[in-house]
Design a protein around this ligand. Sequence first.
Ligand code: HEM
Length: 460
Amino acid sequence: KNYPPGPNFLPIIGTYWYYKNKLKALGYHHLVLTELSKEYGDIVGLKLGRHLVVAVFGADAIKEVLTREEFDGRPDGFFFRLRTFGKRLGIVFSDGQFWKKQRKFSFQHLRHFGLGRKEMEEKIQEETRCLMDVFKSQCSEPIFMHTAFDVSVLNVLWAMIAGRRFDIEDKRLRELLQIIHDAFRLVDMSGGLINQMPFLRHIAPNACGYNKIMNILNRMWTFLEETISEHRKTICLSQPRDLIDTFLQKNEYDQLISLCLDLFMAGAETTSNTLAFTVMHMALHPEVQKNVQKELDAEVGRNRWPNLNDRINLKYTEAVIMEIQRRNNIAPVGIAHRVTKNTELLGYSIPEGTIVLTSLYSVHMDNNFWKDPLEFRPERFLDEHGDITVNEKYFLPFGQGKRRCLGESLAKVNLFLFFTALLHNFSVEADPDFYPQLEGYDGVTIAPKPFRVKLIPREE
Ligand code: HEM
C-alpha cells in the first residue's frame, strides 16, 4: 500500500494502544509524535481506531501539506460534528465550498465589525486599561496569571460577535471560560476515543468522555442561545449591530451558533494562553524584561501608553513576543487537516480521508535551523541592525496556506497591546510559592499551569 512507516497495526484498534501508552509515558501528544518521528522520519503513518492518521514533521514537509489543496480538508466524524448538531457547520471543521464561503463571509463581517481596523485597536485599548486597573487594585499580593487575560481577550472577540463586553469579575463568564479551558484539555486533534468508536457513548458514556463533552457543549450552547435570543428581541434588520445580527438577518441559526463556538474556541484560549506565557517568560528572564522596558521608555516614554503606531519602533519587544510564540508552541500540532483525494507525500501514498497532523512544534524546535531551540533568545529574530528578521518557513505559529489562522491580525494586535501595556505599567517578579513552569497542560492547545507573579507598579 506504500502507507508511511510507523508502528504495526493491530486488528480493530490499529496503533491506538501503542499511542496511548506512549502518551501516558510522555504526557504530551506532540512529544509522542516527536518520538515517533525520531524512529520513522518526517512522515509517520498511524491508525487510531478506524482512522488513518499521518503525522508530518519539519518545515519542508509541512509547507507541502499546508500549501497543497488536497490537504485543505478537515476531519469529519462523530466527535467533529458533536458541537454542530450532527451537521458539518462552522469554519474550523468544515471544508470544500461550504468552508470557502463561510470563511470569506465571516472574515468580511468580522472586518466590518472591527477586525483589522482602528476600532479594534480602540476596543483592545479599552480592555487593556480595565485589566491594568484590576491589576493595580490587586497588586499588593501576588496574582495568579495563568488565566488573568481570559475575560479581556474574550471581550474583544465578543464585541465583534455580540456587540458588548463583560465585567472582568462577571461570574457567568468566568464559568464559561473555565468550560472552554476544560474542553481544550479533554480532546486531542484526532478526535479522541469517542471519534474512533462513537458506539462507546452507549456502553461507557463516562469512561469514553462523552458525558463530559456533552456537558461542556450544553453549557456553551445555553450561553450563546441566551445572547442570541436577546438579540432577536432588539434587532433592527436593516442595521445589523454585530455578527449575531448579520446571521439572524440571514436566518442561519445553527451556523451562527457553530461559528460563535469556533471563534470562541479558536480565538480566546490561544490568545490568553500566549499572553500568560509572556508574563511567565518575563518573570523567568528579568534581563529580557528590563530590555523591553528600556525600549518602551525610549520609544514611547512614560507620559502615554503604547499604541499600534509604536509597533514599528518596538523591535526588541516584537522579537520577544515572537520568541515566546516559537518557544511555547501554543498549538503544537496546529489543527488537524484531512486529505480530500488519494495523493502522495514524500514518496508515500496517502489515501483519501486520512487525517494529517502537522507538527508545528517540530518546525519551531528544528535543531539545524534554530541551533539552540530550547533557549529563550529573542535576539534570534533580530538582525545585526536590530531589525526584525524572520524566515517564515520556520516560524508558523498561525499555520500557513489557505487554512491559515483567520484571527491572526487580531491575535497579533492583542498580544502586542496587552504585553506592552503590562510592562509599561508594571514590573513582573516570580512568586516562589507558585513558581512559573514552562511545561503547560496538554490538549489541543498548551495551557500554562497555575503560577503567580508579584506586579510592581512602575513610576509614572
Ligand atoms: C495567539 C493566538 C492564536 C494562535 C497561535 C492561532 C493559531 C492557529 C493555528 C495554528 C491554526 C490552524 C492552521 C491550520 O489549520 O493549519 C488556526 C486556525 C484558526 N484560527 Fe487561530 N490562532 C490564534 C488566534 C485566533 C483568533 C484571535 C481567532 C479568531 C478571531 C482565530 C480563529 C481561527 C480560525 C477560525 C481558524 C480556522 C481557520 C480555517 O479552518 O479555515 N485564531 N489558528
